[in-house]
Write a protein that binds this ligand. Structure first.
Ligand code: GLC
Length: 658
């Protein structure tokens, strides 16, 4: 086979997962992610069996930690898992924006906010690549719903693309991922895999990305057209691709130079992958312990009337529901990792954590064909009437939150709501534990129960970490990275359940909390919200400007005798903008640990580019004169401090307004 023919062959994967090296014999394997290594052992008729591996908390769960150091550690652990299996690249992280709570893959994404999502994605990539393994940033771009994802075009204006849907990629690219994966969907009418504007103009030129660009699996319709747009390798192998490339060459639609450019990107990947250290493949730290620590960091306490933590050993505790025994730890699809160990049941975790209370478990429902069906509610209710605290586990099934489909509702299954409401008739201390990957409407029961704990899709150690929080061994410090609306009807996209060839992004930049706050729609639980067992007090805010850099100092005090963590959130409000802008936008955050009664001052730095917007007429980022507010918030709806600053730019850099 001549070398040119071999080059053409390298523009497509070998089989489903392999990148062909410089010689025909050396291949480099890519595997899913992003919630752990999904190493496919066998695939037949679309079914894949994969090797068990650490099932880390999902990206939606990690988003709720607001802890980029932790996310980087997870990346390192996954890098070590890949190295052990001689896998060169993990297919993650996904940084797509959660535009609607209905999106079936929200559990695979960090946030509705581009800055938080981008910073998390950047940390994940840094961690993985520190281990000599490649990360693959995905899905580029505007893949915000699963409905008809191969064909439904995301119709997005330029400013919205730049400020919201491309921004997390722009931030995460600072970590130089070895690869970027294009999305399935068309963007403004052109397939992402054939979209020269996205791949060449934005990714290559504007974002200066010089790594490998790969297709999503099966997203290439014509290999010559995708090559011309910038796809270096098409996955998986398709026996038509070689002919399509030759045909494109024969009519000079594609050029040798374009082929050489892609080969250069592939060779660059191969060079990096070849340098991985294959000695000493032992884990450098305890990955299982990290899974548990991550759970403790990401659990969000949504409601608590004081029933938690359980510290009165005289209280009789009842555990209700199969999910407490066998929790869902992820949604469905390509990111679903087979855990190394079955997730531990909550009862044994509580006992291991030296719970001294009298405690009992009752199944109440069983999972049949992936759906819950009552299995002795009456028994559960009788036991609840004679217990002091009832902990009931409910949530979303893999049939509801999975790749390729969207949810049709954000309600829990009626079977679960019925159980919760009945239990609360028999016991005034019901604690609801939610295992899910995206927002849930809790209005049916929120006023009837004592506490609601979001355990999320927390990976194989979810109940180990949950036990620590329930017993007060850890104060919960998770904060929502996605708004939870009162009801689906409050969302902008509710009126737009995916049902046409085009999804119109008519909400523009007003996504998530940007939409709710700017339209004065109260949410059930806002972006950035989460309760704690400690009481913190924000004492003061001070701002010093030096050479265009704003040093923001925030003093936070722990008023409790318990150690805890706080997420300091900094938003910017443009008071006098000449275009419509959200009421506030997250620009910095920091998660800090506070010892009992400790006071800490956090310094956050922002610069002038953090005040810019993407100008729809100038087609570039633009810093506009005027007044701004630096806001320190408890969450996107609760401002603690606000301080005005005024920006004055060179007169001729501004457009006349008054
Ligand atoms: C899937 C997903 C992508 C995944 C790839 C390989 O369809 O969209 O995220 O990495 O195919 O499984």
């Amino acid at each position: 086979m001549d070398s040119f023919e071999n080059k053409l062959k390298r523009l497509t994967s070998f089989g489903s997962w392999e990148i062909i090296g410089k010689d025909d014999k050396t291949h480099f394997t890519a595997c899913d992610g992003p919630h752990g290594l999904r190493y496919v052992l066998h695939e037949e008729n679309g079914y894949q069996t994969d090797e068990p591996s650490y099932a880390y908390p999902t990206l939606s769960f990690l988003g709720n930690t607001w802890d980029i150091h932790l996310v980087k550690q997870i990346g390192k652990a996954i890098g070590e898992d890949c190295r052990k299996h001689h896998v060169s690249m993990i297919l993650g992280p996904g940084v797509n924006i959660k535009r609607t709570p209905l999106c079936g893959r929200n559990f695979e994404y960090f946030s509705e906010d581009p800055y938080l999502a981008g910073m998390m994605g950047k940390a994940y990539i840094e961690g993985v690549q520190e281990k000599g393994i490649g990360a693959c940033l995905k899905h580029f771009a505007a893949n915000n719903r699963e409905y008809d994802r191969f064909f439904q075009s995301s119709e997005v204006d330029e400013r919205t693309l730049k400020e919201i849907y491309l921004k997390p990629f722009e931030i995460a690219l600072q970590a130089s991922p070895w690869a970027v994966m294009c999305a399935y969907n068309p963007v403004n009418g052109i397939l992402s895999s054939e979209n020269e504007y996205l791949l060449k103009h934005v990714l290559r030129k504007e974002f200066s990305y010089d790594g490998l660009i790969i297709s999503d699996w099966g997203s290439v319709r014509d290999r010559a057209k995708s090559l011309k747009a910038g796809i270096d390798i098409a996955f998986p192998y398709n026996d038509q691709f070689l002919e399509q490339l030759k045909k494109g060459l024969s009519c000079a639609y594609i050029t040798n130079q374009e082929i050489e450019n892609s080969i250069a990107h592939i060779d660059d990947f191969v060079d990096k992958a070849s340098q991985v250290n294959q000695e000493n493949l032992e884990n450098s730290f305890d990955h299982l312990k990290l899974c548990e620590q991550a759970v403790e960091e990401g659990i969000v306490l949504l409601k608590n009337n004081g029933v938690l933590p359980i510290q009165n050993t005289q209280q009789k505790v009842l555990l209700v529901g199969e999910f407490l025994n066998d929790p869902p730890i992820s949604g469905g699809g390509s990111s679903k990792v087979t855990p190394l160990e079955k997730p531990k049941d909550l009862l044994s975790c509580l006992k291991k954590d030296h719970l001294k209370n009298e405690i009992e478990y009752v199944q109440a429902y069983m999972m049949r064909y992936g759906l819950p069906t009552p299995f002795g509610y009456k028994i559960a209710l009788e036991k609840a009437s004679s217990s002091d605290v009832v902990i009931v586990g409910v949530g979303n099934m893999m049939l509801e939150e999975k790749e390729e489909t969207d949810r049709e509702t954000i309600q829990l299954k009626p079977v679960f709501v019925d159980l919760i409401k009945k239990l609360s008739l028999y016991n005034s201390n019901v604690v609801v534990v939610l295992y899910c990957g995206s927002a849930v409407d809790v209005s049916d029961f929120v006023d009837d129960v004592a506490s609601i704990v979001l355990a999320g899709y927390g990976g194989q150690e979810v109940n180990v970490g949950l036990s620590k929080v329930l017993l007060g061994l850890t104060s919960p410090s998770g904060r929502l990275a996605e708004s939870w609306p009162m009801k689906l009807e409050d969302t902008f996209t509710n009126k737009q359940v995916g049902n046409s060839f085009v999804e119109h992004y008519d909400d523009h930049i007003f996504v998530g909390y940007r939409y709710y706050t700017s339209n004065f729609i109260k949410t059930r639980y806002p972006f950035g919200y989460g309760l704690s067992y400690i009481k913190t007090q924000y004492n003061r805010l001070s701002i010093q400007e030096e050479n265009g850099i704003y040093h923001i100092f925030v003093e936070v005090e722990n008023k409790s005798s318990m150690k805890g963590k706080e997420v300091v959130q900094l938003y910017v409000k443009d008071v006098t903008s000449s275009v419509s802008r959200p009421i506030r936008e997250l620009k910095r955050f920091a998660k800090i640990t506070l010892e009992p009664f400790e006071t800490k001052t956090v310094e956050l730095l922002i610069e002038k580019k953090d005040f810019t917007f993407y100008h729809p007429s100038l087609h570039r980022w633009y810093l506009e004169d005027g007044d701004f507010e630096i806001q320190i918030c408890k969450d996107a709806e609760t401002v603690i401090f606000s301080q005005k600053i005024t920006i004055c730019e060179d007169y001729y850099s501004q457009y006349s307004r008054f």
